[in-house]
Design a binder for this molecule. Structure first.
Ligand code: GLU
Length: 459
């Protein structure tokens, strides 16, 4: 577990320890012992699997590629979480991401535990055939620990439907005759995926923001005002006016957030900056999202990087360096790229008063504290970006039943599930004066603690 996650989990445990209504004593054990046991369980993964995948490259060279599957906790259900292909993948990172999955699933009452996988490659540097081999080998090496009721991977950074289809096919051929549709989620529709899975993370991210501001805060304003919460004045100043927004990342998550803002026409919010790994595009009067989406669809997911490319698609935008998106004078900043994007060294340049985490762990612990001191509202990853795993759960259910839902029904279920969690954590946040991240962790850790207690895991 990373330092930031570990610290917040520990703070959650300290808060629960001080609340006598939570967890009765076990025979002979003090409350301190019980909470120390929970801390020991949550701060370490159950199992860490590492392999070096042997791949023959197109050149004929044989290479060994580091690959991980880390199973953090399965108290609530089978391990669940994506597999990322990225050159910075390492054991600590995958382990922290696996712990975040345990917390995310517990927070949203998704009946899964937490796991994560990773392969240490830059997928852009490999041919399609090489990536296919890597996917097959990943399943071959980890086949004994994966499966619909054991550990169910999904896409993450650098992977998508194509990789999940390849992996599912390999799982199916290694385990003939066994049910296989639930072995991976995030599959293409033809391969048994769910309608709406591709858009689910981005849709959920925008929903978490919209619901908080336009529904929860608006409808509960008089009660919230009695709490004297330091974050409330900012939230109130955002009501009933069009907002300016910036989105870091224009991939599967960022582009869908942009689309959602574009579709939400009655709100009249404008996206003034977007970025990807090459560039930030800025226009203080609002960028033409429809044209950017078209450009990106025509250019393998990339944004235009030159004035000529912008002109060709009638995109009126200033071209800035890729980090510039973080420092714009905007009301809301969506982080939908990599982790650790806002850190100690750049946090002072961030001007947005409301940040929504579409990516996992995009703000370091140090930066988080600085933002909290400035009363910046941060909707944290485990709350905001759970749409992906929630619809993965629906995909898993549909695969088990071989009964498939309409896209409309998937979104209805997704929003209902997220809304239930949001309605549970927002009152904690506004009444208790913690950061929203802490309120979410408190809630998730409490659920995990009760389950571990009931399962007799604390003796
Ligand atoms: N990789 C996504 C996440 O971090 C989705 C995981 C899943 O669908 O299992 O939440």
């Amino acid at each position: 577990m990373g330092r930031q996650t570990g610290t917040i989990v520990q703070q959650a445990l300290d808060i629960l320890l001080a609340d006598p209504a939570i967890l009765p004593l076990l025979k002979g054990n003090s409350r301190e012992q019980i909470f120390q046991s929970i801390g020991a369980i949550l701060s370490t993964p159950n199992k860490t699997h590492k392999a070096y995948l042997r791949i023959t490259l197109d050149s004929g060279n044989v290479v060994r590629i580091p690959a991980y599957r880390i199973q953090h906790n399965d108290a609530i259900g089978p391990y669940k979480g994506g597999i990322r292909f990225h050159e910075s993948v390492n054991e600590d990172e995958v382990s922290n991401l696996a712990a975040l999955m345990t917390l995310k699933n517990a927070l949203h009452d998704v009946p899964f535990g937490g796991g994560k996988g990773g392969v240490g490659i830059n997928p852009r540097k490999y041919s399609e055939r090489e990536l296919y081999l890597i996917c097959k080998k990943y399943v071959q090496y980890f086949t004994d620990i994966l499966g619909p009721d054991k550990d169910i991977p999904a896409p993450d950074m650098g992977t998508g439907e194509r990789e999940m289809d390849w992996m599912t096919a390999e799982y199916k051929s290694i385990h003939p005759g066994r049910p296989y549709l639930g072995s991976f989620t995030g599959k293409s529709i033809v391969s048994g995926g769910s309608l709406g899975r591709r858009e689910a993370t981005g849709k959920g991210v925008y929903f978490s923001f919209k619901y908080m501001l336009d529904h929860y805060i608006r409808s509960n304003l008089s009660t919230l005002e009695t709490y004297n919460n330091p974050y409330l004045p900012i939230a109130k100043s955002y009501l009933n006016r069009p907002l300016t927004m910036a989105i870091q990342g224009f991939g599967n998550v960022g582009a869908v957030i942009a689309q959602e803002i574009f579709n939400d026409q009655s709100a009249q919010h404008s996206v003034v900056a977007v970025s990807d790994r090459n560039v930030t595009l800025f226009n203080e009067n609002g960028l033409p999202i429809d044209k950017l989406l078209q450009y990106s669809a025509d250019h393998s997911g990339e944004l235009p990087t030159t004035a000529e490319a912008c002109a060709e698609y009638h995109i009126d935008a200033h071209i800035q360096d890729r980090e510039a998106v973080l420092y714009q004078e905007v009301d809301v900043l969506f982080l939908a790229a990599l982790e650790e994007q806002i850190h100690e060294r750049n946090v002072d340049q961030v001007k947005a008063k409301w940040i929504v985490e579409g990516a996992n762990a995009p703000i370091t612990g140090e930066a988080d504290d600085v933002l909290a001191a400035k009363n910046v509202i941060v909707i944290p990853d485990i709350l905001a970006n759970a749409g992906g795993v929630i619809v993965s759960y629906f995909e898993w259910l549909q695969g088990k039943d071989t009964q498939f839902y309409s896209e409309e029904h998937v979104y209805e279920l997704l929003y209902a599930k997220m809304q239930k969690t949001l309605d549970q954590v927002f009152p904690l946040f506004f009444s208790q004066n913690h950061q929203l991240r802490q309120s979410c962790y408190n809630h998730a850790v409490m659920k995990l603690s009760l389950v571990l207690y009931r399962q007799g895991k604390l003796y």
